[in-house]
Design a protein around this ligand. Structure first.
Ligand SMILES: [Zn+2]
Ligand SMILES: [Zn+2]
Length: 903
């Protein structure tokens, strides 16, 4: 029936390709709307160019602010979003709710209640006609729509019909492609990312009978009921007085009785790296937005973070820069602080881990674990460099992979074959610092007995993940760690730069960073207030949110909770674990050594304001899936969403007050149309709050932009600039439209404040808004009230955003694109230790040629899958040639990271 072919690629997106036709259909895995669209397409045999299962729906339709799939791109360049016009007049909202209940809440039994209305219609239709299909003998699109519907419930009388439709080729094929053979559960992960459907009574029970109601599937304008309009108008008229007063921050911030006490942490950035944009959005920026939002909600928030400063990497960086480890930490702690300050990250306290409190608290936890029998001793074989006089951390050893003979395998993993390696198993190991051959030494270490804590951990996890908001990736990564059972984990290291192990038998050792670093959250809080235990030993009063990138999940969900559970001191454990996916840079990864990507300290040199950076990073926040930073897209979003949509609306609203009403908010007399807008805005506000409460930061932002879109449309339709020149009633109308608009602008400033704090403040200054206007989000669902009443005098209005020009963006793209232009700071090159040799350019030239040839030879052998021994021998020759070349170039004979070569 169909000429569609499905190709699965590695990141869960699917691409379907066909050879004929010019239309393109975009669908996504697990999305029930797509099931219908795809089935309809296949059933009708409409010719379509290709069907793409997209993971970046926004990319599909460049001008949409919300991902809208399915989408059909027509040859004319236009897009269709309505997967089926039938849905508009039937029971989509009820179906959505039914799907939500069945898939996400597991309440299959209640589904038939919700779908009672449509099912009755369906039954009658089938029995009246006594026909196998809904529209008679032939199946029709209606059947296909209800087919989607019937995935939800098993209503006996309809079972035969469902089976008949389900047996159709088109439906089977569509179900297989979209649901991956997983039936209803195939929709789960898609639906978890969607806002919960509204469950208002009228939409549940009377879905089918209104011809006038236009129910959009996604993206379009929402239908507003009379009741909603009246309710919105009533709320609006109450004004600001109904809002409870805001409370000022105390110092120190401590948990309060009767309040929601929220402790927010961001993963501690490692001190010797300058954070890149991916680090910033993954941890500190996301946590900052949530913390600011919590203040709007009237929660009692404490937000702490700091630099993670101990470990081998710091020691080596110190050697490289000729400083002491403490000096390195001081230097980079200041670098981090200033970057976060520029990004307006509003920590209540930004500390560090190299403090006395850290030693005190880490040693206390250690002794408690020791006393309770959760630590065990064992002997470990380790590599030690006698030249550098230190045991080598895994990443400071390099050698030949014992599995695949790759010559540059690291001490923990091989980049070629991906297998985990025990550093002592590397062939021809080298110290990465001095290139000497390390020796194997055995050393006694302490291990945290994770197997002994496993059942306790699982009990706690069960409770925390079911009652708290854990992102899907956090749950999944945690499950995969537990699946194979836990093993004891070494908590000590043979280093100097760390928290000393207080036990007499381990005097020479320090705590391993994974054990030590998370304790930093506690010690940083302890440096903020002596009463830190009120936050950290108070699980009944405090809710803990941990923000991080996904690679940090196991340490926060398994290892650190085990330390705290074993220490048995009533610690506050994480309730909500928020992990982002990865942010890529254009089509590649951020790489400091290759000079690719924007790093925290460079963002301010671009001339683009910090608020715009924040906006764009949050707009592409890798929430639920990897995403990418793109200069072109940043310019597009700035120019379309900030400048033309949001900024334009707020500026026009303010300008009308200034120009037509001498700076004073005019009298407003609400008509139907105004009430409808108020209802729409209230609904968007509610969506925003529901999403933000669940830390769907990226999704919530789209609702802010929806409001200004509604506002622009409202102004466009009502044309106050024309009406102001008309008669009394027209002038009155211009006044109402202006007054309502400027109040929406005020609401927008509040909703924006977690995302763009400076712009938010500028708007409120321009509107001369009363400080209490920020209280609008204190109540349960938020309330949109008239906060700038008639007669209120606003301030001077000016544009909020600037256009990003194409040439400006091109220049920036070039500068940060990893082209190694002069503007990019030279990548850090490993320090040269030992003798520097005589330079011999002629010999170097010959050797360069020889290295290239030998490299080719090795690659060819590998491609032919030649015998291991043969390859190993040739690799050895290659390495030798490289060493000679390095000597001839006057370098230390080791392949130090070179420009553009190593990752
Ligand atoms: Zn390997
Ligand atoms: Zn060494």
């Amino acid at each position: 029936m169909s000429c569609l072919k499905v190709i699965k690629n590695n990141n869960q997106s699917l691409v379907c390709v066909a050879t004929n036709g010019q239309m393109n259909l975009f669908v996504s895995e697990g999305n029930p709307h797509c099931l219908k669209a795809l089935a309809a397409l296949e059933a009708t045999g409409v010719q379509c160019g290709f069907v793409s299962f997209s993971i970046f729906p926004e990319r599909v339709v460049p001008f949409l602010s919300r991902p809208t799939l399915p989408a059909l791109a027509l040859p004319s360049g236009q897009y269709l979003f309505s997967s089926n016009a039938i849905c508009r007049h039937t029971c989509l909202p009820a179906l959505q709710q039914a799907l939500h209940m069945a898939v996400l809440q597991g309440k299959s039994s209640e589904v038939s209640k919700v779908l009672q209305g449509p099912i009755n219609v369906l039954e009658q239709s089938l029995s009246k006609r006594n026909a196998p299909y809904l529209t008679g003998v032939q199946y029709g699109l209606l059947c296909i729509f209800f087919f989607q519907c019937m995935f939800t419930c098993e209503h006996k009388s309809l079972k035969a019909w469902f089976d008949r439709v389900a047996a159709m080729n088109a439906c089977q094929s569509a179900a297989q492609k979209v649901l991956q053979g997983k039936g209803l559960q195939g929709m789960k992960s898609y639906m978890q990312k969607q806002p919960a459907p509204q469950s208002s009574q009228c939409r549940e029970t009377q879905p089918c009978n209104s011809n006038s109601a236009e129910v959009p599937e996604e993206g379009g304008e929402r239908v507003v009921s009379e009741e909603e309009m009246e309710a919105a108008a009533l709320t609006w008229s109450k004004g600001l007085n109904t809002c409870p007063p805001a409370t000022k921050k105390q110092h120190p911030i401590l948990p309060q009785e009767g309040k929601r006490n929220v402790l927010v942490t961001s993963a501690l950035p490692y001190v010797n790296n300058v954070p890149h944009l991916g680090n910033i959005i993954g941890c500190v920026l996301s946590a900052d937005v949530f913390s600011r939002y919590g203040h709007l909600r009237g929660w009692n928030m404490l937000f702490v973070c700091g630099t993670d400063e101990y470990g081998t990497a710091t020691e080596n960086k110190a050697r490289e820069e000729g400083l002491t480890p403490q000096q390195i930490c001081d230097k980079y702690h200041a670098v981090h602080s200033s970057i976060y300050k520029w990004f307006q990250i509003d920590f209540d306290y930004f500390g560090r881990t190299t403090t006395e409190k850290q030693t005190e608290i880490a040693q206390d936890i250690f002794w408690r674990l020791h006393e309770r029998g959760f630590l065990i001793e064992d002997t470990v074989e380790q590599l030690r460099c006698e030249n550098c006089q230190q045991f080598l951390a895994d990443r400071f050893v390099e050698g030949i992979c014992p599995h695949c003979s790759y010559p540059e395998a690291r001490g923990d993993q091989c980049d070629k074959c991906g297998r985990l390696i025990n550093a002592v198993d590397l062939r021809e190991p080298q110290c990465k610092v001095c290139r000497q051959t390390p020796v194997i030494r055995s050393s006694k270490h302490l291990f945290l007995d994770l197997p002994k804590l496993e059942s306790q951990l699982e009990q706690w996890l069960e409770k925390s993940t079911s009652t708290g908001d854990w992102t899907a990736n956090a749950k999944q990564i945690t499950r995969s760690w537990l699946r194979d059972g836990l093993k004891p984990r070494c908590i000590t290291r043979d280093l100097q730069w760390g928290t000393p192990v207080p036990h007499a038998d381990f005097k020479e050792k320090v705590f391993y960073v994974w054990f030590d670093a998370p304790i930093g959250y506690l010690s940083i809080t302890a440096n903020y207030t002596n009463e830190w235990e009120k936050w950290w030993k108070n699980p009944h009063q405090v809710e803990l949110y941990n923000f991080m990138a996904k690679d940090n999940v196991p340490f926060h969900s398994v290892v650190f909770p085990c330390s705290l559970l074993g220490a048995q001191d009533n610690y506050t454990l994480v309730n909500h674990l928020i992990a982002t996916e990865y942010l890529n840079y254009e089509d590649t990864k951020f790489s400091k050594s290759r000079g690719v990507g924007v790093f925290g300290d460079m963002a301010k040199d671009t001339g683009i304001p910090s608020d715009v950076w924040r906006f764009y990073l949050l707009y592409v926040r890798p929430e639920g899936q990897d995403s990418a930073f793109s200069w072109a897209d940043m310019a597009l979003k700035n120019n379309s969403e900030l400048l033309n949509n949001l900024g334009n609306f707020i500026n026009r609203a303010g300008m009308f007050v200034t120009k037509f009403f001498e700076g004073c908010v005019p009298v407003m007399e609400l008509q139907e149309e105004d009430k409808k807008l108020l209802a729409l805005v209230s609904w968007e506000l509610q969506q925003y709050i529901q999403l933000m409460d669940k830390i769907k930061i990226r999704d919530a932002l789209k609702h802010i932009l929806n409001i200004s879109r509604h506002g622009n449309q409202y102004i466009q339709v009502n044309e106050p600039w024309k009406k102001i020149k008309g008669g009394d009633s027209e002038r009155q109308r211009a006044g109402t439209v202006t007054g309502v608009s400027v109040n929406i602008a005020c609401l927008l400033s509040v909703m924006l404040s977690p995302y763009m704090p400076a712009v938010s403040q500028t708007i409120r200054d321009q509107l001369n808004a009363p400080p209490s206007c920020i209280n609008t989000m204190l109540e349960g669902n938020g309330t949109f009230v008239c906060s700038l009443s008639a007669g209120h005098r606003i301030g001077a209005v000016s544009p909020l955003f600037q256009k990003l020009e194409a040439d400006q963006i091109e220049a920036l793209k070039k500068k940060f694109g990893g082209q190694q232009s002069a503007a990019v700071p030279a990548p850090a090159v490993a320090v040269e230790v030992g003798t520097v040799n005589q330079v011999d350019p002629e010999k170097a030239k010959q050797l360069t040629q020889a290295v290239a040839e030998q490299g080719e030879k090795v690659r060819a052998l590998k491609a032919q899958k030649a015998e291991k021994a043969v390859i190993t021998a040739e690799v050895a020759k290659l390495l030798d040639l490289k060493k000679q070349l390095a000597l001839a170039e006057g370098k230390n004979p080791e392949p130090a990271p070179q420009k553009g070569k190593k990752k």
